[in-house]
Design a protein around this ligand. Structure first.
Ligand SMILES: Cc1cc2nc3c(=O)[nH]c(=O)nc-3n(C[C@H](O)[C@H](O)[C@H](O)COP(=O)(O)OP(=O)(O)OC[C@H]3O[C@@H](n4cnc5c(N)ncnc54)[C@H](O)[C@@H]3O)c2cc1C
Length: 459
């Protein structure tokens, strides 16, 4: 393969989402020459169809609930309605500003930004619209797409999160197929906007990847919010007639709705991109790597949602940075997948890190667990929220899991991740002083209790 200097780079990155652009920015910082290929919008799923727009909707949902709930705090407010065109303008404004900022950031570095659909045509060559970009290293970062079930076609009133982000009306009745992170976040938004919501989940519990206690508390809270859910039920089919979707379950039950949101997971975008032809091992569409994110083909790396594991933007950022540093010869420390914080932004919020109780038992044998109820926390009482902080530690050892649910718990995950990643003992954390009254204090109280000196807790 002959290559001109202007088409040869230290790193060629295919996909400009969280994983790809983080890699490009870090590589440029390190003085490497970089080409970043993107067929859609720089920023990818997270910025345009994922994290940011959904969290804007969730914030609007919180504002709606605040208006509804003013009375209980002695403030006379009434909830009138949700104006979706204004909600969308607010959400699109947030995305637009971040998009502009990100474009400026990439432009300000010496990154060759190549617009168009790329394909791996040889182990070190990405082709875009006839141009061949030769990389001493190639990073695959093509992300993921919203899956559906066999025979369930997306269209009309059957949609995935992609379409649900741009609704110009509030549906009266919504069925959410899938009670994972995306499903419960949308269920939470729709309920706050005024829809009647039913979640259908084939597994025995909502947010099944979380500790069981979290699922139980979420289900309790959703019941209280009158969000309907059915677990252990299988979807059988859906038909649309006019403006109505009939959703049928294997149990024989049917549910009528104005909208069916399909949130059954995300699959890797890898088909037809030349990966396998270049010799890259792919398993059910996912690109397999070692812990240094190297594929089986020398010089080809993969980052983000196409790599099996947590599909989270900050994991993509971390992996992108890791690969840039690896290529630059900095020998970065391997990323501990369990040390990646996880937040589900429904109401109530869920935040966790490390091992669930069941996983910890399996991995470490002897463990200790402590549940600190938010009932004893001043700020939680002020906010009128319920939930808990659950800690899992190795017997006489460090904290290996933190599981939290309740208002504003997402913001507490920063400290939880320090605790997990620095392998803190409960007594280490008990030494730290947590401001009173904050939701963060609940984390401190839980550690005080686990260290054997509970304050606002019954042993
Ligand atoms: C509704 C929803 C909510 C979410 N909320 C959160 C959240 O709150 N927090 C969180 O951490 N994560 C969240 N996520 C997950 C997060 O968006 C992903 O984990 C993240 O975007 C993955 O980054 P990535 O770089 O692997 O892929 P992507 O962001 O999908 O980027 C891949 C990019 O590659 C481009 N591409 C693909 N093929 C080609 C090609 N052949 N040529 C050129 N370009 C190509 C695509 O256009 C895309 O821009 C959410 C996802 C969804 C769908």
């Amino acid at each position: 393969m002959s290559a001109t200097a202007e088409n040869t780079f230290d790193i060629v990155i295919l996909g400009g989402g969280s994983g790809g652009y983080a890699c490009a920015l870090r590589a440029a910082e390190l003085g490497l020459s970089v080409a970043l290929v993107e067929k859609g919008k720089l920023g990818g799923t997270c910025l345009h169809m994922g994290c940011i727009p959904t969290k804007a909707l969730l914030h609007a949902a919180e504002v709606a609930d605040t208006a509804r709930e003013g009375e209980q705090f002695g403030v006379r407010t009434t909830f009138e309605s949700v104006d979706m065109s204004r909600v969308n303008a607010y959400k699109d404004g947030v995305v637009g500003r971040l998009y502009k900022g990100l474009q400026g950031l990439v432009k300000s570095k010496s990154i060759e930004y190549v617009e168009g659909e790329g394909r791996l045509v040889a182990k070190n060559v990405v082709e875009v619209a006839g141009r061949q970009l030769v990389g001493k290293n190639v990073v695959l970062a093509t992300g993921s797409y919203a899956k559906t079930l066999p025979g369930l076609d997306i269209g009309g009133r059957i949609m995935t999160s992609n379409e649900a982000l741009f609704l110009d009306y509030v549906p009266a009745r919504v069925v959410v197929l899938g009670g994972g992170v995306i499903g419960v976040e949308f269920a939470s938004v729709f309920k706050s906007f005024g829809s009647e919501v039913t979640i259908i989940e084939a597994l025995p519990r909502l947010v099944a990847a979380e500790d069981e206690a979290i699922s139980k508390q979420l289900e309790r809270s959703f019941r209280k919010r009158k969000i309907n859910f059915k677990t252990n039920v299988k979807f059988a089919g859906a038909t649309q007639t006019g403006d109505v979707v009939q959703v049928s379950l294997e149990s024989g039950e049917t549910i009528e709705a104005d909208l069916l949101l399909v949130s059954v997971g995300r699959g890797p975008v890898t088909a037809g991109l030349g990966y396998e032809e270049a010799g890259v091992t792919v398993d059910r569409g996912f690109v397999l790597t070692n812990e240094r994110l190297q594929t089986n083909v020398e010089g080809i790396y993969a980052v983000g949602d196409i790599v099996p594991g947590l599909q989270l933007a900050h994991r993509g950022f971390a992996q992108g940075i890791f690969v840039a540093e690896q290529v630059a010869g900095l020998n970065p420390p391997v990323i501990d997948e369990m040390g990646i914080p996880r937040v589900t932004y429904c109401d109530p919020e869920i935040a966790s890190i490390g091992y669930t109780e069941v996983q910890a038992k399996e991995k470490f044998g002897q463990i200790e667990v402590y549940d600190y109820s938010l009932g004893g926390n001043g700020k939680s009482q002020i906010l009128a929220t319920q939930g808990f902080v659950k800690l899992v530690r190795q017997k006489d050892g460090p904290v290996v899991g933190v599981h939290m649910i309740g208002a504003r718990m997402g913001e507490q995950v920063g400290e939880a991740q320090l605790i997990y990643n620095w392998e803190a003992l409960p007594s280490d954390v008990a030494q730290l002083i947590h401001a009173h009254p904050t939701q963060n204090e609940a984390l401190g109280e839980a550690h005080l209790a686990l260290a054997g000196k509970p304050l606002h807790a019954h042993a």
